[in-house]
Design a protein around this ligand. Structure first.
Ligand code: ZN
Ligand code: ZN
Ligand code: ZN
Ligand code: ZN
Length: 187
């Protein structure tokens, strides 16, 4: 295994012609021109810009992927400010938005079924299964058999009015909304 100083750091073979090395010393060693590619995808760099991690060159995308700095919103790399949610997923400050209305969630958010929403939409979502589809608004004491036997009989057909029938406790688990905090950080 040749390991002389002049050998290509990537393939290990001697460099006779042109070589590439980092001008600013971010990356040690020399490379064949053809060997100077992203360590992950093996694609040459489209510009003079490349990233260094563990003394190896990477393209923008794979550097951020390894570095854990891809935006959870737009999927691009984050440099500078980011917002981190409680699952430590990072976002550009402008990319962390309510899943319904798209408002930027800068100062915390509400999580429903693992997704982030503003307070208004989170509230609407936890209400939804109770407001639509089935009747009933509160798990009040009703007829345990789930028969439409409330006052008013079964011929009114007035869907949408709160009544205390047909909804046994635990029949449709109510999604919870939980207040979460965001953290502003700097890459
Ligand atoms: Zn090489
Ligand atoms: Zn790459
Ligand atoms: Zn983004
Ligand atoms: Zn919203």
């Amino acid at each position: 295994m040749p390991s002389g100083r002049g050998d290509c750091k990537s393939c290990g073979l001697p460099i006779t012609g042109k070589s590439i090395s980092s001008a600013d010393g971010r990356l040690t060693g020399r490379y064949h021109k053809a060997c100077f590619v992203c360590t992950t995808c093996k694609e040459p760099f489209s510009s003079a810009t490349f990233y260094v991690l563990d003394d190896k060159p990477y393209c923008d995308r794979h550097y951020h992927e390894l570095n854990g700095s891809l935006c959870g919103g737009c999927g691009n790399g984050i440099e500078g400010q980011y917002l981190e949610d409680e699952s430590t997923k990072k976002h550009h400050p402008g990319c962390f938005r309510c899943g319904d209305c798209g408002v930027v969630l800068r100062d915390g958010y509400f999580e429903v079924n693992g997704r982030a929403f503003c307070e208004k939409d989170a509230w609407r979502r936890v209400q939804q299964p109770w407001m639509t589809g089935r009747k009933g608004s509160m798990p009040a004491a009703g007829s345990p058999l789930g028969l439409p036997a409330g006052p008013g009989g079964m011929r009114t057909g007035s869907f949408g009015l709160p009544s205390n029938n047909r909804m046994g406790p635990g029949f449709a688990p109510r999604p919870s909304m939980e207040k979460r905090m965001t953290r502003l950080g700097m890459m």
